[in-house]
Design a protein around this ligand. Structure first.
Ligand SMILES: [Zn+2]
Length: 147
């Protein structure tokens, strides 16, 4: 399916193509997301790429009031927290992600088990080269939203 190496960088490259890709072990069928070159279950290196359907249920989440620089640059703050959580995907693996589409100021109203789907959004990131020159370049951001 793909010749990309089984690395987190490849995983990020696939997200820029709006694909959620993990590795599937050809021996035991275990899926790793993000991908791993060695199966996390049977520790063999007989893995292949698999496109994971980004649908599942909300398992845990936190409302983050003091976030990362990246999230602060996107407009999140003490007064505008964002949600970060874990989604149990239908394919049997879990993924941690930014979660959108809820009232972040009233997180107690959000129900565990709510159906969510992957949401790929076009944006930009600031890239700084070796000489210290900053430039904006396109990037796709993954989040999960109500299905
Ligand atoms: Zn395995």
């Amino acid at each position: 399916m793909s010749e990309k190496p089984f690395t987190v960088q490849s995983y990020i490259d696939f997200i820029n193509e709006k694909k959620l890709m993990g590795t599937k072990c050809k021996d035991c069928g275990n899926i790793d997301l993000p991908p791993k070159s060695i199966c996390s279950k049977c520790f063999k290196d007989n893995v292949e790429w698999i496109e994971v359907e980004g649908k599942g249920k909300l398992a845990t989440f936190s409302a983050i009031h003091v976030g990362t620089t990246l999230m602060n640059n996107k407009g999140y703050s003490m007064k505008k927290p964002y949600l970060f959580g874990t989604i149990d995907l239908d394919c049997g693996v879990s993924i941690s992600s930014h979660i959108k589409g809820f009232d972040e100021l009233n997180p107690e109203k959000i129900k565990f088990g709510t159906r969510l789907k992957a949401n790929f959004e076009d944006g930009t990131e600031t890239f700084v080269d070796r000489k210290g020159n900053a430039s904006e370049r396109p990037k796709v951001f993954l989040s999960f939203v109500p299905e």
